[in-house]
Design a protein around this ligand. Structure first.
Ligand code: SAH
Ligand code: SF4
Length: 378
């Protein structure tokens, strides 16, 4: 009789969980390391191909387990070498992943949620509202797919040398599924990336920044975007729950646990909103003398937005001002323009979205990573 029990998707399981799965079946924990090497390093889906496992284990795995990546819907190649994939999130939903090649690295920008509940006023994903968290399999599956599809670098290294959580969604609002992915990215049995080459970007869910420092302290980028609470409350609404002072305190505590490695502060340049020299001075005052660098992001417009990008000259002056104050400041180059792959333009496809405007209570649920997240309808 064939078993109707649901198979366990091994993709995205942490090493601990995979070991437990195997030990529960009378196997030795080290088998987990072998399976991880097959699944991630060699990109194998088929248990029969895992030839260093016993025939008995392979047949048990076939019965009780599976490797199921998220289905790919489309791939677009940009003239500048960027690649954008649309992955199905089920029920007509989709999320996006973008590969950005540069001379010295290949960066993969991945998504962590279908939509986003945090409703930053200048973000296409936020404008769509939130639908659901991606599973660990759906998140690591984006990396695995890109690595399998892209040719290796000329030095034989994998095409993907860096991973950034800067696609759709707020990774710290999907904490329980994101942490196993971080662990897999840095594990020697999986992709073995250095923690410096994995960057989690957050709009500032403070309790989870503290927790991440202990759980998996990869590089941190923080979407600051405004140098005072009055303005940040407006454009990054999570600030009403976690204001700048508490956010920065969490950042410095995080940096201290990583031998004071720099934290990147992202700052989207919005014309006439946050781009004056006064703003630059306020920003410098917040970050001076701290392990901080600033990355200015020219605003990327999307249909329906009221915001405009600051002029190149304004951005240059803003950057110069920060530098004069002794800060390290860079401006992000916009890539993948012709395929709408730039920062903040990722919209994927979110249907059945949960109403995007939030009340205090809903923020609490976001912060707690409540699986059955519900937003108040406004
Ligand atoms: N939710 C996380 C990560 C995804 S967004 C976060 O907010 O940090 C990645 C970066 O793109 C963030 O810094 C975000 O503020 C920025 N961004 C969002 N919309 C943008 C837009 N339209 N133009 C430029 N950057 C944008
Ligand atoms: Fe969400 Fe980040 Fe967009 Fe804000 S900027 S709405 S946190 S994805």
């Amino acid at each position: 009789m064939t078993s109707t029990a649901k198979k366990v998707n091994l993709l995205g399981l942490s090493q601990d969980d995979l070991e437990q799965f195997l030990v529960a079946r009378g196997e030795k924990p080290f088998r987990a390391r072998q399976i991880m090497q097959w699944v991630y390093q060699r990109g194998v889906d088929d248990f029969d191909a895992m030839t260093d496992l016993s025939k008995k284990l392979r047949s048990e795995l076939k019965q009780g387990a599976e490797i199921v990546p998220p289905p790919v819907q489309t791939r677009h190649d940009s003239k500048d070498g960027c690649v954008k994939w649309l992955f199905s999130g089920g029920s007509g939903q989709a999320v996006e992943t973008v590969f950005i090649p540069e001379a010295d690295r290949g960066t993969l920008c991945i998504s962590s949620q279908v939509g986003c509940a945090l409703d930053c006023s200048f973000c296409a994903t936020g404008a769509q509202g939130f639908n659901r968290n991606l599973s660990s399999a759906e998140i690591i599956g984006q990396v695995r797919h890109a690595i399998r599809e892209l040719p290796s670098r000329s030095n034989g290294e994998s095409a993907v040398t860096n991973v950034v959580f800067m696609g759709m969604g707020e990774p710290l609002a999907n904490y329980r599924n994101v942490v196993p992915v971080l662990e897999l990215l840095v594990s020697d049995w999986s992709y073995g990336m250095s923690r410096r080459r994995v960057t989690l970007s957050t709009s500032g869910i403070v309790p989870h920044i503290h927790k991440l420092a202990d759980d998996c302290n990869v590089a941190l980028a923080v979407s600051l975007h405004a140098p005072n609470d009055e303005l940040r409350d407006q454009i990054v609404p999570i600030n009403r729950l976690h204001p700048i002072a508490t956010l920065l305190e969490a950042c410095w505590a995080y940096a201290a646990k990583r031998s004071n490695r720099f934290i990147t502060f992202e700052y989207v340049m919005l014309r006439g909103v946050n781009d004056s020299l006064l703003h630059a001075k306020q920003l410098a005052k917040l970050l001076q003398g701290k392990p901080a660098k600033v990355n200015l992001i020219p605003f990327n417009p999307f249909p329906g937005t009221e915001f405009k990008r600051s002029s190149a000259e304004t951005i240059r002056h803003f950057q110069d001002s920060l530098r004069h104050s002794g800060l390290v400041a860079t401006t992000r180059k916009t890539r993948g323009d012709d395929i709408d792959a730039a920062c903040g333009q990722l919209a994927g496809r979110v249907s059945d979205r949960v109403k995007k405007r939030l009340g205090e209570k809903s923020f609490g649920q976001v912060v707690n990573g409540d699986k059955s997240i519900r937003m108040s309808s406004v």
